[in-house]
Design a protein around this ligand. Structure first.
Ligand code: ADP
Ligand code: MG
Length: 694
């Protein structure tokens, strides 16, 4: 297919050009590429492989070994035949090389191969040796290349993350064609800088991350890109921190008396809560803007701490806002907190995606007129049309669900705003300092009294009946049950129980009870209704995806069953488990997994032994490496193309040093050799940095 438009456009391709103008990218492919986060030429260039296939050596047919991937020349010695068998078209031929050995090649349904291969011609093949029977060598579904392509093909073949409809070969083709066009990326580092830190040039690095000739080349190339990513990230953090440190404010709180609020809540704060409240009060009454991260295990009572801070804000004449990651959670905060605030004559409102346009308008109006003291909501509250008259404090709940940018956006809503962020993600302190380098850290390391550890066990499918019996017993005692399973769409090729089939299964098994389903595809209103019904104990068993992962509190729910538990990160499992054990009754967590691997068993074993989020996280790191540390759902970790904050610690140390040196010399990045660094920093993190760099 000749793409005229694409051809014309190609002449003027630059980094910002949309990939839809590339040859071979039609509307359908464009959409699929978008799914992978690829919109522009730059995105495509920076779509780095996740691993490589070794195609460095050309192998002779008589050297083939079973199950090995081989790159080889083969001359077609038999006309290509097509046989129809069981709805499949089987395409096959025989090739030979100068060793005289024969290789039997087979493909399925790829009928075009009949025309692709000509008898007597030699081609380059790559494929896996499926078996060797006597002298007969079989290969299936080999890739076919022209002999002239050897130079291009030979080396390490990049393996990219895919989505249905896009193949490795397709990405290989469009990326290699793109790189041949020599679109130059600017290298932000000077030659001197590169020499100093042992870095290869940027374009060379990009070329070699995609199409390396050896593993050594991959390493230096990847190292170069990781270095740049971490360097810029740390520079941005430094700037944010610097900015926060020096930023003075006028909203210095005079009235720090929260006794009235403490009197109306039905419990005494834990010592840890008290300590953190004191730290917050100190921030609020100082003339430096507060930027504080409160880390606390699930159920440690972070909401109350936030509520006290908001109460103080209003008492001192300011508006306060709290942003939660889901509508359900925002509702829960609203339901729990608005009661207290109202009792104290403070006006709280809620705004989520479920809020009607008319109501939203009203709220916007009242916010501007200072008729609302406390706004509770989802990220709806950072929409551009939301304006406050006198915003003084913003709280971000479950920070790990938001990106740095969203967090920053909220704090630009007021002139100079104090910020409190809450997270239950148990990241090690050392990492927290790097990740949240711009924040001061408070830790709630104590659970409210009376909490019993959640009794946890690990079972496989053979226990199904026993699990059912146990659930039945609990429900008879009036308790409620959560059943959670990972989402299917996110792992299309994994064989997981989908929520729906699980729902059917439970409905059948528990036909005498109310079983309900909750998942992300449902309308917010539906979700809220279900959650409300569950809270009111009108639902006995709630089958759901991880939408209930964060913050939900239903004290009467005492059992959590987690399907395919081995698919979750331990941190995520721990947070899920934290949905039970919120009341005074004994609570249980049943982790289901048929995965018999030693690591999987060990990991789930940790869950059984400990209820301490931080300990669990540390053990998880030790056991399975940091790759999956945060589980299926992504955390608020900054998005890097290649760097991994947890594994690339060596590079991180280097960049830390490099950033320090740079800053000592040229803090404002004004020297000519640092202009490119400054520009890149600005384009990557600009929104956050406008105050300093811009
Ligand atoms: P998280 O830290 O996970 O956000 P929450 O703030 O949702 O935890 O608190 C969990 C539950 O504990 C809530 O029902 C809350 O009312 C209750 N709670 C909070 N602080 C205390 C306390 N000091 N004593 C008893 N219960 C508390
Ligand atoms: Mg919470």
């Amino acid at each position: 297919m000749y793409n005229l438009c694409g051809d014309i456009m190609e002449k003027s391709i630059n980094l910002d050009t949309s990939v839809q103008y590339l040859k071979g990218v039609g509307p359908k492919m464009f959409e699929l590429l978008n799914k992978l986060g690829i919109y522009t030429v730059k995105d495509l260039i920076e779509y780095y492989p996740r691993t490589y296939e070794d195609r460095t050596k050309v192998v002779k047919i008589d050297e083939f070994e079973k199950d090995k991937n081989v790159l080889f020349f083969g001359t077609v010695v038999k006309p290509v035949s097509v046989v129809y068998a069981r709805k499949k078209k089987i395409i096959s031929t025989v090739v030979t090389d100068d060793t005289g050995s024969l290789a039997f090649l087979t493909w399925y349904n790829q009928i075009y191969i009949k025309d692709r291969l000509k008898e007597g011609q030699t081609y380059l093949f790559f494929g896996k040796v499926s078996n060797i029977i006597g002298s007969r060598v079989n290969l299936e579904s080999c890739s076919i290349y022209d002999v002239s392509q050897l130079e291009k093909i030979q080396g390490l073949y990049p393996i990219y993350s895919l989505t249905a409809g896009i193949t490795q070969n397709y990405l290989f083709k469009i990326i290699s064609e793109l790189l041949e066009k020599n679109i130059m990326l600017t290298d932000i580092f000077s030659t001197e800088f590169r020499t100093k830190y042992g870095l290869v040039e940027k374009n060379y690095a990009v070329q070699n991350v995609h199409f390396p000739k050896s593993y050594n080349m991959v390493e230096s190339a990847r190292n170069r890109i990781i270095f740049e990513e971490l360097f810029l990230f740390q520079l941005a953090l430094f700037n944010m921190k610097e900015n926060n440190l020096v930023e003075t404010k006028t909203n210095i709180y005079k009235d720090l008396d929260d006794s009235e609020f403490r009197k109306i809540i039905p419990f005494e704060l834990t010592n840890a809560q008290k300590r953190v409240v004191e730290q917050i009060k100190k921030d609020l009454s100082s003339n430096i803007v507060m930027n504080r991260l409160v880390q606390g295990d699930v159920g440690s009572g972070k909401t109350m701490v936030a509520a006290i801070a908001m109460y103080l804000a209003v008492k001192n004449g300011y508006q306060a806002a709290i942003m939660a990651p889901t509508t359900i959670l925002a509702n829960q905060h609203y339901n729990e907190l608005s009661v207290y605030f109202e009792k104290l004559g403070m006006r709280a409102e809620i705004i989520t995606s479920a809020t009607t346009k008319r109501n939203k308008e009203k709220i916007v109006e009242r916010l501007k007129n200072n008729e609302i003291d406390i706004l509770i909501g989802t990220h709806s509250i950072i929409e551009d049309n939301i304006e406050f008259s006198n915003l003084g404090l913003v709280v971000t709940d479950e920070q790990h669900r938001f990106g740095v940018k969203q967090r920053m956006k909220l704090s630009t809503k007021g002139k100079v705003v104090d910020t409190l962020v809450m997270t239950a993600t148990p990241i090690p302190r050392s990492l927290a300092i790097i990740l949240y380098g711009d924040l001061d850290l408070s830790i709630i390391d104590e659970l409210p009294p009376g909490r019993k550890p959640i009794d946890t066990c690990v079972v496989d499918d053979s226990y199904n009946q026993r699990v059912y019996n146990f659930l039945r017993k609990q429900i008879k005692e009036g308790r409620q049950v959560y059943v959670v399973c990972p989402l299917v769409e996110e792992n299309e090729d994994l064989d997981l129980n989908s929520v729906e089939s699980l729902y059917e299964e439970y409905k059948q098994e528990f036909s005498e009870y109310n079983v309900a389903i909750l998942h992300g595809k449902m309308k917010n209103k539906e979700k809220d209704n279900i959650m409300q019904e569950f809270k009111e104990n009108n639902i006995n068993i709630l089958i759901s995806t991880t939408v209930i992962e964060v913050g939900i509190s239903v004290p009467n729910a005492t059992v959590m069953v987690i399907e395919n538990a081995d698919r979750f990160g331990l941190a995520a499992l721990h947070q899920l488990r934290g949905r039970v054990g919120r009341g005074s009754s004994a609570s249980y967590c049943i982790l289901k997994s048929n995965n018999k691997s030693v690591i999987a068993r060990q990991r789930l074993g940790i869950m059984k032994e400990s209820n301490d989020g931080f300990l669990i996280a540390r053990k998880d790191l030790e056991l399975r490496g940091p790759g999956d540390f945060f589980g299926i759902r992504q955390s608020g970790m900054p998005e890097f193309k290649l760097a991994n904050l947890l594994t690339d610690t060596k590079v991180l140390e280097k960049t830390q040093e490099a950033v320090k040196e740079l800053i000592e010399k040229d803090k404002k990045l004004e020297l000519p050799e640092n202009i490119r660094i400054r520009n890149e920093l600005y384009s990557k993190y600009g929104e956050q940095l406008t105050k300093i760099v811009g």
